[in-house]
Design a protein around this ligand. Structure first.
Ligand code: ATP
Ligand code: PRP
Length: 223
């Protein structure tokens, strides 16, 4: 076999979640010359081709993006900082904050619940959240005693039905809190989404990975 025939193009796999991250990533991909062949909102396919035969997208749950990249099932991915802190970041290189999907992780309570007084009195609070690692660190730093209850969604319901005194959840416009008679009482974390790269892929596929990092860096919204 001559060397020309033996040289197969190196495939790059990028893990994305559908919804806001996919939508906000399309312009960044375009800047890297990558155009998805299908829209994950209308397609049931989990592996999407692109205009480039050497680049494909895998569509996974937002929470699963770091895991796919950590184990090398995807070379690159885009994940919220909230998700990355829960994952721990093992095996991931995080070269870029992309400044997309911006929101805040906040403590929120039912309207009328005196959070400050409860904290002052040293009450033990029940806190429902999907973000147990960030919440644990936040309350430990403040010296507030909490029992954390892990939920997987619709945190806003928990204080309304007596499951928890407070929640730790993402807030953007505040509409979801308002619609459920909840108020934000304390910031935990500023959140935006980051590019993550498998550490081995960064070394072994440097010639393919680095141009994507560079294109995303030039295309991202100025700070
Ligand atoms: P999963 O599907 O894994 O349960 P999810 O439903 O939180 O996760 P998305 O709603 O697509 O997934 O959110 C993806 C990321 O976007 C979050 O990790 C967070 O960083 C950010 N995000 C979540 N909600 C908002 C919001 N209301 N406004 C802006 N960014 C948000
Ligand atoms: C996120 C988050 C909040 C909401 C906050 O939910 O979990 O519920 O956004 O945004 P707001 O302050 O603008 O109302 P999302 O819309 O992603 O729904 P999901 O958690 O069911 O995916």
């Amino acid at each position: 076999m001559n060397s020309q025939a033996a040289r197969k193009p190196i495939m790059l796999t990028i893990a994305l979640s559908k919804g806001r991250i996919f939508e906000e990533t399309v312009p960044l991909l375009a800047a890297a010359g990558i155009h998805p062949e299908e829209d994950p909102e209308s397609s049931r396919k989990l592996i999407l081709g692109t205009n480039r035969p050497d680049v494909r997208l895998v569509i996974v749950r937002a929470t699963d993006v770091p895991t796919y990249v950590q184990y090398g099932a995807a070379d690159l991915g885009i994940a919220g900082y909230d998700v990355l802190l829960e994952h721990g970041g093992e095996g991931l290189y995080q070269p870029l904050d992309l400044d997309i999907a911006r929101c805040k992780l906040m403590v929120a309570v039912r309207e009328g619940f005196d959070y400050e007084a409860a904290v002052r009195q040293g009450a033990r609070l029940r806190v429902a959240t999907k973000y147990v690692e960030s919440a644990r660190e936040h309350f430990a730093r403040k010296g507030v005693h909490v029992d954390l209850i892990k939920l997987y969604g619709s945190m806003e319901l928990a204080p309304l039905v007596g499951l928890a005194d407070a929640i730790v959840d993402l807030v953007s416009t505040g509409n979801t809190l308002r619609a459920n008679n909840l108020v934000a009482v304390e910031p935990v974390l500023e959140v935006s989404s980051r590019l993550v790269v498998n550490q081995a892929a960064l070394k072994l596929k440097r010639n393919e990975v680095q141009p994507v990092i560079d294109a995303f860096a030039s295309a991202k919204a100025p700070a």
